[in-house]
Design a protein around this ligand. Structure first.
Ligand SMILES: Nc1nc2c(ncn2[C@@H]2O[C@H](COP(=O)(O)OP(=O)(O)OP(=O)(O)O)[C@@H](O)[C@H]2O)c(=O)[nH]1
Length: 568
């Protein structure tokens, strides 16, 4: 029996050598060898026969496991047999030490390598743990360690591939990952700080921490099939956001706004007068709902038109014409609007005149006057743009010496319109500046000299006297100058504009009007009242702050826009 036992022992060793065609390390893919070499370099020597014993080598490895079991069995009865030195406790201690010194990344990677190559996954930890204390341990102890390994501290509970038994799947990305890292990282693996997630995972293996790793740092990220990268990369690509946060979707780049079609002047005029028109026509429509035209209705209509700033005269004209056409009959709002447009056109027709320039004068002098903020400077800029755009030589004079901003504003307009400019210091005498500007324009043979003036309320006698002085001074240079005195009127001021024209006309000899800010006002009707009362030419109207927002005044267009008819 003793001989038979000895035979068995000998045949065990022989069988092991012979039946194991290739050592597990050699059977493994090249990457695996490299990783093992890496591991060996990073940690104290681990028995070459130890790592594969974890059982992930498939059937070949299963045979080795059987052999080992036989060996253990034999060892119990043959204490004199030599135990490989690397399986002794000191060796295990050395391994443990090496982990504690921070070579845990390699250790952890060793686990992953084995997982990857296992066709029939068995927990790597189950195999690995006995290796550390295998020397002299009974199989029952190994089983206990295997149980312990079933809850490895290195891996969060949700991660454990051995729980689902799918180690190969879980390990695959890690392997590819490691292969990538090998080239640059192997030599310095011991010195380099491990990547955060890998480090934490490895550290957990060594220290035996059983606390779950925070989800954001879970090594799972890199090891999950399909993620394709290591934990760090995966965390960068798709970080776990804390509860309450959500990853924002990338917004598609905003499309460039479609270029807006430029409205024609007529369209802009109608749009500018839309408030005036809708208010007026709305009131008229409600007045003439199912009502026969009688005296009371006509009186109501007159009142309504006067309140709309059209003036008494124009209101009476409209009412009279309506009565002559429809008295005693049904009348609709459209009837009234049509008659109203016709009557307004008749009032405005005579005043809608072009600004005449006598270019025999060099320069033709245009003096621009008006109450503060009615749009003098802006209108000068718009006029200069038209004139210089037509090839005329234009000079501007910054006669508003009260406001620094007005001087700067005019300089900007001069630059934009390629006009010459004469300006002086703030507070300079405006009449003196007008004189100088005229001289300069004459020298330079300018076609047109446009002089800005400070805005002033018509009831400020001192300022109105200054305006008179400017006119007198210019008259000394050319008895006919200023050749045109333009007054700007702000449409939003309503009835007050009537008085403004009255006074400026008397003081400065206003020869024509420009009504500004007709865009957006509900009081555009005032132009009709002013025209009816003063019969001064209305050269242009402004419907915006832009350089193109000034157009010659057209009676019919304006009348139809106010009455809300036409528009084709
Ligand atoms: N909406 C609109 N704004 C205008 C129009 N014309 C001028 N403005 C604006 O009205 C404001 C006053 O215009 P200015 O040209 O400075 O008026 P001003 O009469 O020279 O002013 P003072 O120098 O203070 O007398 C500015 O903000 C202009 O842009 C217009 O037709 N429509």
């Amino acid at each position: 029996m003793a001989i038979g036992f000895i035979k068995k022992i000998f045949s065990f060793g022989k069988d092991t050598v012979e039946e194991k065609p290739v050592p597990p390390q050699e059977a493994a893919p090249e990457t695996r060898d490299a990783v093992i070499a890496d591991e060996a370099a990073a940690s104290p020597p681990i028995p070459s026969g130890h790592l594969p014993h974890k059982g992930e080598q498939g059937e070949t490895e299963a045979g080795a496991e059987d052999d080992r079991a036989a060996f253990e069995e034999a060892k119990l009865g043959a204490e004199d047999l030599p135990i490989p030195p690397e399986l002794t406790a000191p060796g295990a201690d050395a391994l443990s030490e090496s982990f504690e010194k921070g070579t845990n990344v390699a250790a952890d990677e060793g686990v992953a390598v084995e997982e990857e190559s296992a066709p029939h996954p068995i927990s790597p930890l189950g195999g690995e743990m006995p290796g550390r204390a295998e020397g002299g341990e009974a199989p029952s102890d190994r089983a206990a360690l295997a149980d312990e390994a079933a809850m490895p501290p290195s891996v969060p509970s949700g991660h454990l591939p051995h729980k689902g038994g799918d180690q190969a799947e879980a390990a695959a990305p890690s392997e590819s990952n490691r292969t990538e890292k090998q080239a640059g990282a192997e030599a310095s693996a011991a010195q380099e700080a491990p990547e955060p997630s890998a480090y934490i995972a490895a550290d957990a293996v060594v220290t035996g921490e059983e606390e779950p790793t925070p989800p954001a740092l879970s090594p799972l990220e890199g090891e999950m099939p399909g993620k394709g990268g290591d934990a760090t990369e995966a965390a960068t690509a798709a970080p776990h956001l804390p509860k309450g946060f959500a990853a924002a979707e990338r917004r598609p780049e905003e499309e460039a706004p479609a270029p807006q079609l430029k409205l024609s002047w007529y369209q802009r005029l109608r749009r500018g007068l839309a408030r005036t028109s809708s208010q007026l026509t709305g009131q008229i429509a409600s007045l003439f709902t199912k009502r026969k035209l009688d005296e009371a209705t006509l009186q109501d209509l007159e009142d309504l038109l006067i309140q709309a700033d059209l003036g008494v005269e124009t209101a009476m004209r409209i009412a009279d014409t309506l009565a002559s056409e429809r008295y005693g009959k049904d009348v609709t709002g459209e009837d009234v609007s049509r008659i109203m447009a016709g009557e307004i056109t008749k009032v405005l027709g005579p005043v809608a005149r072009p600004l005449e320039l006598d270019l025999s004068h060099k320069p033709h002098v245009i003096l621009v006057v008006g109450v503060n903020g009615t749009g003098k400077t802006t209108t000068i800029g718009k006029l200069a743009a038209k004139l210089s755009g037509a090839g005329l030589k234009v000079m501007l004079a910054a006669g508003d010496t009260f406001r620094a901003a007005a001087i700067e504003q005019l300089k900007i307009w001069a630059e934009r319109t390629k006009s010459d400019i004469v300006a002086s210091k703030l507070g300079a005498d405006a009449a003196g500046l007008a004189y100088e500007a005229y001289e300069r324009a004459r020298e330079k043979k300018s076609d047109v000299l446009i002089i800005d003036t400070a805005g002033r309320l018509q009831n400020k006698a001192e300022l109105m006297a200054e305006l008179e002085k400017i006119v007198r001074v210019l008259g000394k240079l050319d008895p006919e100058a200023p050749h045109t005195v333009l007054q700007t009127l702000d449409a939003t001021t309503g009835q007050n504009a009537l008085q403004q024209v009255e006074i400026f006309r008397n003081v400065a000899g206003v020869s024509g009007l420009i009504m500004t800010k007709l865009d957006g006002t509900a009081r555009g009707g005032i132009l009709v009242a002013i025209s009816a009362k003063h019969k001064l030419p209305v050269y242009f109207i402004g419907v915006g702050e832009g350089i193109d927002d000034l157009e010659p005044f057209e009676a019919k267009d304006f009348a139809e826009a106010i009455a809300g008819v036409g528009g084709a």
